[in-house]
Design a binder for this molecule. Structure first.
Ligand code: NAP
Length: 291
C-alpha cells in the first residue's frame, strides 16, 4: 500500500513554479499576482486564505488580500469584484466561499471575469471544461488529476466512482476524468445521497473518490481490494487533545481501508495541499496569458 503524499508533491510543484517565476523575472516578464477576497471571520476560510497567501510567497507571486466584514452588502462585494476585474496588475483572484447568507454566491461567481477566474468556478470555465476546451480547471479536481499523474496511476479504462456531486469537486472531477485523453478515458460513476446501495457501487471502483464531508463514512467493506482511494473530505471534528480543539477528518475510515488499497491519500496531507497548488498553477497560467 502506497500513501499518496500530497504535501510532498505540492512542495515539489511549488518549487517548479518558483523556478518558472524566477525565469520570467529574468526575462523581464511580470510577477504573477493573485488576489483574494475574504468576507467575515470563519475559522476554516481564514486558514484556507492564510495558506493561499503563504503559497504565493513560496511561489514568488505577489498576493493581495481584501478583507470585508460579514455585514458587507452584495453590491459592495460586487464592486470589489469589478475593481479586481479591471485591475491590470491582477492576473487572477478568488472570492473565498462560503459567503454570508444574505449574499447570492452564484451572482458573485458569475461577476468574476472568466479570464481571471483562477478558482475555475465561473460557468464559462465550467462549460469550457466540460467540452474539453482550454480553461481554468476547478482547483480540487485538477489537484486530484495531477496527484494521479505524478503517482503514475492510470485512469484510462478504469472504473472511477466519485461519491459527491458538488459543483466544486464531484461534477468537475467527473468531467475531467471522462474526457478523451491520457488524463481521462475513465468510466465514471457519480454517486450522491439518492444513490441506492452505495456500497455495491463503491466496491466496484478501481479508483474511489470520497467527496461528501461525512467523517469516516467510507468503511473497508465499501472498498475493493487493490483500489486507489482519494479522500477529499475535510471536516473539523472536535478533539480536546488538540490545542486548536479540533482535528481534520476525511470521509474514509483510513485505518481500516488503507490496508486494502494499492494507494490512498491521507487527511490531512493528501488532496488539500494539491488544491492550493492548483490555484497557483492557474494563476501562473493567467500570468502567461497576459504576457
Ligand atoms: P457538498 O457540496 O456538501 O457536497 C457533498 C456531496 O456528498 C453531495 O453531492 C451529497 O449528495 C453527497 N453526500 C452527502 N452524504 C452522502 C451520503 N450519505 N451518501 C452519498 N452521498 C452523500 O461538499 P463539497 O463542497 O464537495 O465538499 C465535500 C468535502 O470535501 C467536504 O468535507 C469539504 O470540506 C471537502 N473539500 C475539501 C477540499 C480540499 O481541498 N481538500 C476542497 C473542497 C472540498 P447530495 O448532492 O445528494 O446532497
Amino acid at each position: 500500500m502506497q500513501i499518496i503524499d500530497g504535501k510532498a508533491t505540492s512542495a515539489q510543484i511549488k518549487k517548479e513554479i518558483a523556478e518558472e517565476v524566477e525565469q520570467r523575472l529574468a526575462k523581464g516578464l511580470h510577477r504573477p499576482h493573485l488576489a483574494a477576497i475574504l468576507v467575515g471571520h470563519d475559522g476554516g476560510s481564514e486558514t484556507y486564505v492564510a495558506n493561499k497567501v503563504k503559497a504565493c510567497e513560496v511561489c514568488g507571486f505577489k498576493s493581495t488580500l481584501i478583507r470585508l466584514e460579514d455585514s458587507v452588502s452584495q453590491d459592495e462585494l460586487l464592486a470589489h469584484v469589478e475593481a479586481l476585474n479591471n485591475d491590470p496588475d491582477v492576473d487572477g483572484f478568488i472570492v473565498q466561499l462560503p459567503l454570508p447568507r444574505h449574499i447570492d454566491e452564484q451572482a458573485v461567481i458569475e461577476a468574476i471575469d472568466p479570464a481571471k477566474d483562477v478558482d475555475g468556478f465561473h460557468p464559462v470555465n465550467v462549460g469550457r471544461q466540460s467540452v474539453g476546451l482550454p480553461c481554468f480547471h476547478s482547483a480540487t479536481p485538477a489537484g486530484i488529476v495531477e496527484l494521479l499523474r505524478r503517482y503514475n496511476i492510470p485512469t484510462r479504462g478504469k472504473n472511477v466512482v466519485i461519491v459527491g456531486r458538488s459543483n466544486i469537486v464531484g461534477k468537475p472531477l467527473a468531467a475531467m476524468l471522462m474526457q478523451k485523453g491520457e488524463q481521462g478515458d475513465a468510466t465514471v460513476t457519480v454517486c450522491h445521497s439518492a444513490t441506492p446501495d452505495l456500497a455495491s457501487v463503491t466496491a466496484k471502483a478501481d479508483i474511489l473518490v470520497a467527496a461528501m464531508g461525512r467523517p469516516g463514512f467510507i468503511t473497508a467493506d465499501m472498498v475493493a481490494d487493490g483500489a486507489t482511494v482519494i479522500d477529499v473530505g475535510t471536516t473539523r471534528v472536535p478533539d480536546a487533545s488538540r490545542k486548536s480543539g479540533f482535528r481534520l477528518s476525511g470521509d474514509v475510515d483510513f485505518e481500516a481501508v488503507a490496508p486494502k488499497c494499492t494507494a490512498i491519500t491521507p487527511v490531512p496531507g493528501g488532496v488539500g495541499p494539491m488544491t492550493i497548488v492548483s490555484l497557483m498553477l492557474n494563476t501562473l497560467e493567467a500570468a502567461r496569458r497576459r504576457d
